[in-house]
Design a protein around this ligand. Structure first.
Ligand code: VGL
Ligand code: ZN
Length: 239
């Protein structure tokens, strides 16, 4: 069901309630992910939660939400931000630059981050409470030293593929549900690229948390809406 229909339905339901009528027959229908849907769990790693190197506020709150969504999906893809030491996205790699400033790299503007998610470190490991035993693929990204990759589909040079679109297409996946960290960076870029590669895309808002740097969260939701990404809540999914 479209978000618009859902809102209309909720309004109608409220109106019926005001008239003292039963609204049960009009209750918004839940979404049941089909066999050709995949749950994408983006970067739920120690680096992005409390105590990590690039903590997202309340980042660990997504863990129980994602764990409980898992049973609704036949297909689950997990991603890990997986940088080299001295990665180009680290402020420490650019003399005089501080975290959260920006710089120009060969492919365009780049936000500079604290050193984070370095390959093989405990900081880069998946959150210990993430329970996704049925996940089929763990995709690592951002491993080219001079290129960042917020998106799970394509690196920031907008040329280098991660192979995820091909993987999903070869497995017959048509729809993806994106969750994880952070809403306004890796989740948004993954959702936008999924649209570009022709998938139907949902972002499950309460299964994400944001960095929100200079209005980036509002901007990300705007871009996603424009691209046809559907914004839903975990309660909208039938588990
Ligand atoms: C991310 C900033 C830097 C993310 C990754 O997972 O959203 N954000 N690297
Ligand atoms: Zn990163």
């Amino acid at each position: 069901m479209q978000a618009f229909d859902r809102r209309t339905m909720l309004k109608a339901t409220a109106a019926l309630g005001a008239l003292g009528l039963s609204s049960q027959a009009f209750a918004a229908k839940k979404i049941k992910p089909a066999g050709n849907s995949a749950l994408i769990v983006v970067d739920v790693q120690n680096c992005f939660v409390e105590g990590g190197t690039l903590p997202v506020a309340k980042g660990s709150e997504v863990v129980p939400v994602i764990n409980s969504l898992a049973s609704a999906f036949e297909n689950i893809v997990v991603t890990q931000d997986w940088h080299t030491a001295g990665h180009a996205s680290f402020a420490s790699s650019h003399g005089g630059k501080k975290p959260f400033e920006t710089t120009k790299l060969a492919y365009g503007n780049q936000v500079l981050w604290p050193d984070h998610c370095v390959q093989g470190t405990e900081d880069a490991a998946l959150h210990k409470d993430l329970k996704l035993p049925t996940a089929q693929v763990i995709l690592r990204k951002g491993f080219h030293k001079s290129v960042d990759s917020y998106s799970a589909f394509e690196e920031a040079d907008r040329k280098t593929s991660t192979g995820l679109a091909g993987y999903l297409k070869q497995r017959g996946i048509k729809t993806v549900f994106v969750t994880g960290l952070a809403t306004d960076f890796c989740v948004a870029w993954t959702a936008l690229d999924a649209r570009r590669f022709g998938f139907e895309v949902y972002v499950i808002e309460d299964a994400t948390r944001a960095i929100d740097l200079n209005g980036s969260l509002t901007a990300a939701w705007k871009k996603m809406a424009k691209a046809g990404v559907k914004r839903i809540q975990s309660a909208d999914i039938s588990v």
